[in-house]
Structures are given as structure tokens and as C-alpha cells.
Write a protein that binds this ligand. Structure first.
Ligand code: GLC
Length: 414
């Protein structure tokens, strides 16, 4: 009992001095990432460690939900800890992390000519107040996957509107095969799905002037569509309320749904040998509402160097290695991870392996960023909570979005 405070103090002192280095003569660069589905990150690390024998990459595979990893990074950085040398950051976290002073500006380290090789949306999403804080290594955009075979059996065209999606789902679903699945759990992924529909129905969250519009009619119509999809039309199984990306992919890949909203990574995994939907799937932009235009939420990931790292040089080397054309090609071929480098979209090897590249290009062309605001995580939390409450019918769509708007306005005004 008496000794406990001393132990705590010692632990605090040790953490203040930085983490202890393994005694192998190598510089260890550490970061937290999502589970390495498909094993592409480990393959890149293996190459890197061969090319740079003095560097060891410690990738910690954290929880699948990005929000949980955002919390873990935030806790470490708030304490100015050097637990992570790199932050593998979602495009949605850049403003917060940069505004807090947790990331090193990278402008001086990269020649402008090289920056021109990245997709403009990914670069834009890596900047905050004019400075570059992240090297994009993955581009992302949400889309609609569909079962070609099941639509063809009924002579149905690929839907372009929500109404057509509901109609097609009703005609193709069976007791075993649901109409439509998506990421419906209360987390960042749900907001990404919801925003696609809000934009597709002609609404917005924060308009360019900074006004919060998420309680307006188009957003309410979008949320009503999802709620009705579950409870009235019954084209969406209740189970989606527990789905993140992988649960959604598994349901679709096991043949348990006609339509799925997901990110590009799911394609390669579903085309592998043994997949029940191999050769039977297509992708199109997400459906739109009446008179609206289809939209995709811009996602994407990249490496930022922690302002608290004691190995920033090696950390940047790892970031550059992951962002290189060779690594991105490997990530695409092995993991279906969309490149952030323009040239790879015309690379013959990539095109040969990816007949869906053209369709992906169409999706990305319509990709829109979530609001770039330093308090985005807080805004997103509010939206997640109320959209989720509407999906489980604890709040009506209008009530849910009114409540979310109040909280988002408060976060925007702080
Ligand atoms: C994808 C996107 C990311 C988004 C996340 C939500 O990983 O790239 O931007 O926040 O999904 O689950």
C-alpha cells in the first residue's frame, strides 16, 4: 500500500523520459493502425526492414473502429507521450491533430514537385491552415456494391436512385438474402454512410459559410429513407446496427445481401478464390435521392510524424516508404487499398489486375470531404449518436437531426 504511490511516480517519470528502447541496436518506429486485413502492411514493413536494416517498424494493430484509435492517439498525445512516432491518421482527424500541435509540419521535407504526384483531394485533406501534416498513402471513397447475377436473374437494371434501390431490393431479397447492408454501428463509419445519402438527397452538414444544415429537409429525408429501409420496407436487416466495414463485407461476401455500401478495399478480398461472390459483383456510385446527384464520402489515410517523437528522421523515412509508388502498388494488389498517387491509376500492372478501376475513378470523382474542422470528432460523435438513435427508433429522424444540429452548432461555436 505504502509503496504504490512510489511505483506510480516511477512509472510517470519513466514515461516522461520516453519509452524504453529494445536492445537490438535498431531504431524502432512505432505506430497504431487498423487490423492488417489481407496482410499488405506487414508485407511493406518486411521490405522496408530489408532495405533499411537499421530501422525496425513496430506496427500495433489496434481496434477496427477508427474512432477508438483516434482516442488512443489523442490520449497519448495529450500527455505529450512519445508512445507513437507516427500517427496513421484518417483524413477526418487532420484538423484536430494539427490544431492541437501534435503533428510535425512536413512541407520542408518534401519537394513540391513530388507533392504534385498525389491526388489533389488527398493532399488537401492532409493540410491544415496551409501547412502539410500528412503524407497520404491511401485514398478512399464510399460506393455501392451490387450482385450482378441476382439483378440479371430478375432482369433489373443497376439502381441509380434510392427509390430504385428499394424496389430492386424488394424484388431480389429472400429470407436468407437481405436487400441492402451498410455500416450501421454507432461510429465514424455510420456518419460516412449517412453523409453520402444527405448529399445525394441534396443536403449538407456544414455549408461553405459555416452554417449547420443537418436539420434541414433533405437530411431528414435521407435519414427517413434509412429508417424506413430497416423498419417499413424491411430491405435492411436490423443486424446492420452492429456492423462496421468488415461485418458488412462478410455478410455480402457470404451471399447474404444483394447490395452493400462499403469502401474500395472490399473488392479484392471478395474476388479471391473461395469467395462466394467472386465474379458476381459490380460497383457504382452510391444512389441519390429524388433529383439529387450521387455522392461519395472522401476517406483516406496517411502518415503524420508525431511532434513528440524522438526519432522523427526515421519516422519520416517510414512514412515516405509507405507513400512510395512501389508500396502503394503492393497495397493495392494485395489489399485493394486505393492509391493516393495519380500515376498508379494508369499503371499497366494495376489496370490489368483491376478491371474495376474505371468504375472506381467515377466514384472518387464524386468524393466529398467531411467538414474540415478541428472539432470534427465531437461533431461526428453527436451525429453518430442521434443517427443511431433514429435507426433504432428511439428518436424520429427530425428529432434526431434537430438534436444533432444543436450539438454541432455548439461545437462549431466554441
Ligand atoms: C474508411 C475511410 C475513413 C473513414 C472510415 C470510417 O477507413 O478511409 O476516412 O473515417 O472508413 O469507418
Amino acid at each position: 500500500m505504502i509503496r504504490r504511490p512510489a511505483v506510480v511516480l516511477l512509472a510517470l517519470l519513466l514515461s516522461a523520459c520516453g519509452r524504453s528502447e529494445p536492445d537490438d541496436g535498431k531504431v524502432h518506429v512505432r505506430f497504431l493502425a487498423a487490423p492488417d486485413v489481407g496482410g499488405f502492411a506487414k508485407a511493406i514493413i518486411e521490405r522496408l526492414e530489408k532495405d533499411h536494416p537499421g530501422v525496425k517498424v513496430d506496427m500495433i494493430e489496434g481496434p477496427a473502429a477508427g474512432d477508438a484509435r483516434e482516442n488512443m492517439y489523442s490520449t497519448a498525445f495529450m500527455g505529450k507521450e512519445d508512445s507513437y512516432d507516427l500517427a496513421y491518421v484518417d483524413v477526418a482527424w487532420v484538423p484536430k491533430f494539427a490544431a492541437q500541435g501534435w503533428l510535425m509540419p512536413l512541407d520542408a521535407l518534401i519537394p513540391p514537385k513530388e507533392l504534385g504526384e498525389f491526388l489533389p483531394g488527398d493532399l488537401e485533406g492532409s493540410r491544415y491552415e496551409g501547412k502539410l501534416y500528412r503524407l497520404p498513402v491511401q485514398s478512399d471513397g464510399g460506393m455501392l456494391y451490387y450482385r450482378k447475377d441476382l439483378l440479371a436473374e430478375k432482369g433489373l437494371p443497376v439502381p441509380r436512385t434510392w427509390e430504385e434501390l428499394v424496389a430492386a431490393a424488394k424484388k431480389t431479397r429472400t429470407p436468407e438474402v437481405a436487400g441492402f447492408v451498410f455500416q450501421g454501428k454507432q461510429y465514424e463509419g455510420l456518419v460516412c454512410v449517412f453523409m453520402e445519402l444527405v448529399w445525394g438527397f441534396g443536403g449538407d452538414l456544414l455549408d461553405p459559410g459555416g452554417a449547420v444544415r443537418i436539420d434541414e429537409a433533405p437530411a431528414v429525408a435521407a435519414l427517413t429513407a434509412l429508417v424506413d429501409g430497416i423498419h417499413a420496407d424491411k430491405i435492411i436487416p436490423q443486424a446492420v446496427l452492429t456492423y462496421q466495414e468488415e461485418e458488412t463485407r462478410n455478410a455480402f461476401q457470404e451471399g447474404r445481401a444483394v447490395f452493400m455500401r462499403n469502401w474500395p478495399y472490399a473488392w479484392n478480398l471478395m474476388q479471391k478464390e473461395g469467395s462466394r461472390v467472386r465474379g458476381k459483383i459490380g460497383i457504382v456510385p452510391m444512389v441519390a435521392g429524388p433529383g439529387g446527384k450521387p455522392a461519395a464520402t472522401l476517406g483516406g489515410w496517411g502518415f503524420a510524424v508525431s511532434a513528440f517523437s524522438r526519432r522523427p528522421k526515421e519516422a519520416f523515412l517510414v512514412a515516405e516508404y509507405f507513400a512510395s509508388a512501389e508500396s502503394q502498388k503492393l497495397a493495392f494488389l494485395k489489399g485493394g487499398i486505393l492509391p493516393s498517387r495519380k500515376a498508379l491509376y494508369a499503371d499497366p500492372e494495376v489496370l490489368k489486375a483491376a478491371p474495376h478501376m474505371k468504375a472506381l475513378g467515377r466514384v472518387l470523382a464524386g468524393a466529398r470531404p467531411r467538414p474540415t474542422h478541428p472539432r470534427w470528432p465531437r461533431m461526428s460523435d453527436a451525429l453518430q449518436m442521434h443517427v443511431s438513435a433514429a435507426l433504432s427508433r428511439q428518436e424520429s429522424p427530425a428529432e434526431a437531426l434537430r438534436a444533432a444540429a444543436v450539438e454541432i452548432r455548439a461545437a462549431a461555436a466554441r
